[in-house]
Design a protein around this ligand. Structure first.
Ligand SMILES: NC(=O)C1=CN([C@@H]2O[C@H](COP(=O)(O)OP(=O)(O)OC[C@H]3O[C@@H](n4cnc5c(N)ncnc54)[C@H](OP(=O)(O)O)[C@@H]3O)[C@@H](O)[C@H]2O)C=CC1
Ligand SMILES: O=C(CO)[C@H](O)[C@H](O)COP(=O)(O)O
Length: 639
């Protein structure tokens, strides 16, 4: 059987030259074991040394032979880094026990004075100079191998070793091996990139995560694992590209703070978490002061998407994207024309903004499906399995979406004889992006009724114990009703109408933010990168990306193709909402969509009364329908 032979690196030089420190660092970066030659002395030598008797060459011979045998084993195993003084040529000849090409000699060179100063400083007292003199007397400087001047930093020494030995460095680094990080790392490796991964160590809880990850990967991938940030950084090709997949908020700031001093000008950090777009701008400004690029990047697709190809929304400087975007484009999902579902979104926090609205749309789509499930379950008296069947039929009716697919799946899942959905507490969690979308809409004065209503529905669901008390007190009895084919057709159309309105709301907000922040966002491209890989991928998204290609200066609701659908189907939505309300069921997102649409399409709204009221109590003035809009009026309402 052919054995895959590995290199053994021997770091040598006089006492105090830094063999152990440099050797350990090199071993960490190469992800191979480190050995200290002093740990291989035979018992007789150990005894002599502990009795203070110096070793002679006769004593050293068996020790060097033990090391030579070890080197043969390491060469056949994982390779190794050995720190050994190896001062004489003769000693080195003994250690050369395998083919020359597998032993890399790294000599640490220093003057007598430098080592003396180091040893004195290390020991905190005067060092026995005779010992050092004898080391320098014995030393026969090598004629071959690498020579490292120990007065330079460890980082520079490592760089020199890598360059001279042609040790390849990873093309990409990834920090954070949680749910998303692990899957993205596997994705990156599956595309043939070399990768270094880092995960923090949390004592007694999270240890050796990166090393375990490396051990779990197949041998043919090029991956190195680190729990030391500096070694991780040193293992990367310059200029470095580092993707950070840690929790949004404090953790990302902590990572940036600790990595920044280790980076060099021109390196690029990619924050792939769900960070707030305003914080992204601040972080970009902070790191750019050190000449570091920053890409605030939305990643969508959950664990599976990250593994197989997510939708990726990078924002930041164009220069940063030109440097590092190629990695993101390579690992992203593909659209139906085989183009990457990753595109440069825009400057500053534009990438994270777009991801935030993606999640806002996601919140409303999830709530929409949840309220329809609930309505069918209790008003329609249907089993989860029957509802799953209904959703499956909608999927084949050009209304397919990832969320519809997984909802149909969820409804079939059983635990024993019971449906798992019935066992899940009706209290929704959230990490913030839906709420942030709502805040952004408020800040720029946009209506995002479906999205904010979905956030409120989650908030209301969280008031579980109060809801239980209120339900006892009011004791309302929601009724059951008909669920014939016509009803189900109506519900399907109402579902689709709501989904269209929700998407229109989301894209309108993106469009408005683009103007507000001068980001020049391309709605068609955004829709295109959402056609695959992400959580809101759907048949509708495919259609939206085509529609916005013609024009993205009008709302989705004004495209003739959409008008044709909603003109007829809006009545299905109003019917369903009114049936539900009359029967005692809430449909937060469907009713928000109805209200939005009816207001959006009405020439005459109720806001004339609001203006009159404002003027009445606060002299806020109003404009008139029969006067130029530049004129404002105030009335003394009491007389
Ligand atoms: N899960 C999902 O479906 C999606 C998540 N996202 C976003 O991606 C990011 C990561 O999410 P996910 O992988 O799910 O999260 P996980 O909780 O699974 O993983 C978080 C990772 O961050 C690390 N971490 C946490 N705090 C720190 C810190 N202070 N310093 C260094 N590392 C830290 C964790 O390390 P340790 O293991 O030591 O705790 C872990 O590796 C988040 O911003 C999330 O919102 C985006 C799209 C989808
Ligand atoms: O970004 C995501 C999907 O696109 C994440 O799964 C996110 O966690 C979802 O948001 P929340 O946890 O608030 O429901």
């Amino acid at each position: 059987m052919k054995v895959d032979l590995k290199e053994v690196y021997i770091v040598f030089g006089v006492s105090g030259c830094g063999k152990t420190t440099l050797g350990k660092e090199l071993a960490t970066i190469l992800n191979i074991p480190f050995y200290d030659a002093d740990n291989f002395h035979p018992d007789e030598n150990i005894k002599k040394m502990s009795d203070g008797i110096p070793l002679d060459d006769n004593d050293r011979a068996p020790w060097l032979q033990i090391l030579a045998d070890q080197i043969i084993d390491w060469n056949k195993g994982k390779g190794a880094v050995l720190a050994c003084s190896a001062l004489k040529r003769e000693y080195r000849n003994t250690l050369q026990s395998v083919d020359h090409k597998y032993i890399k000699w790294i000599f640490l060179e220093a003057s007598y004075d430098v080592i003396l100063r180091r040893l004195e400083a290390r020991q905190g007292h005067f060092f026995k100079q005779e010992l050092l003199v004898s080391q320098f007397d014995t030393l026969e400087k090598p004629k071959q191998g690498i020579c490292i001047n120990v007065e330079q930093s460890i980082e520079n020494s490592i760089t020199q070793i890598k360059l001279e030995l042609n040790i390849s460095q990873s093309e990409l680094g990834l920090i954070g091996l949680g749910v998303m990080g692990k899957s993205l790392a596997k994705n990156i490796l599956s595309r043939g990139f070399s990768l270094s991964v880092y995960n923090r160590q949390v004592e007694n809880k999270e240890v050796d995560i990166a090393k375990h990850f490396v051990d779990e990967q197949s041998k043919d991938v090029n991956v190195l694992g680190f729990d030391d940030l500096s070694s991780f950084v040193n293992s990367l090709e310059k200029p470095r590209t580092i993707m950070i997949m840690v929790n949004a908020g404090k953790p990302i700031d902590m990572v940036i703070e600790s990595i920044l001093p280790l980076l060099s000008k021109g390196d690029c950090l990619i924050d792939g978490g769900n960070s707030h777009y305003k914080k992204t701008l601040e972080r970009e400004q902070l790191v750019s002061r050190s000449g570091i690029h920053f890409l605030g990047t939305g990643v969508s697709g959950g664990e599976e998407g990250a593994l197989k190809g997510p939708s990726i929304m990078p924002g930041g400087s164009k220069e940063a994207y030109i440097r590092s975007g190629k990695f993101l484009e390579a690992i992203a999902a593909r659209d139906k024309n085989n183009n990457s579902c990753c595109t440069y979104v825009g400057p500053e926090g534009a990438g994270h903004y777009v991801k935030m609205i993606h999640n806002g749309i996601e919140y409303a789509e999830m709530q929409l499906l949840s309220e329809i499930y609930h309505f069918l379950r209790f008003y329609g008296n249907k089993s989860p399995e029957q509802i799953s069947g209904i959703f499956e039929s909608w999927r084949t009716n050009k209304k397919d979406s990832f969320l519809l697919e997984i909802t149909a799946d969820i409804l079939r899942k059983k635990e024993g004889k019971e449906f798992l959905i019935d066992k899940i507490l009706d209290k929704a969690g959230q990490k913030g992006t839906g709420g942030w979308s709502t805040v952004s809409a408020l800040e720029i004065g946009m209506p995002i009724s479906t999205i904010s209503e979905a956030v409120m529905a989650r908030n209301l669901s969280g008031m579980k114990s109060e809801r239980e008390i209120a339900s006892e007190i009011y004791n309302l009895k929601p009724s059951t009703g008909i669920d014939d084919e016509e009803f189900l057709n109506t519900l399907e159309k109402a579902f689709y109408a709501t989904s269209i309105i929700n998407h229109a709301i989301g894209f309108d907000l993106i469009s408005q933010a683009s103007q507000e922040y001068q980001w020049n966002l391309n709605l068609s491209e955004i829709a295109r990168i959402w056609t695959n890989g992400c959580i809101i991928r759907s048949d509708l998204m495919e259609q939206i990306s085509v529609l916005f290609k013609d024009s993205d200066s009008i709302s989705l609701l004004l495209f003739p193709e959409i008008v044709e659908i909603l003109k007829t189907d809006i009545t299905t939505l109003t019917d369903i909402v009114s049936i539900a309300m009359r029967s005692g069921y809430s449909l937060p997102v469907m009713s928000a969509a109805t209200n939005y649409f009816l207001t959006y399409t009405s020439k005459q709204s109720s806001a004339n009364m609001i203006q009159a009221q404002r003027d009445y109590f606060g002299a806020h003035t109003y404009q008139r329908v029969d006067a130029p809009l530049t004129q404002y009026f105030h009335t003394n309402w009491k007389n």
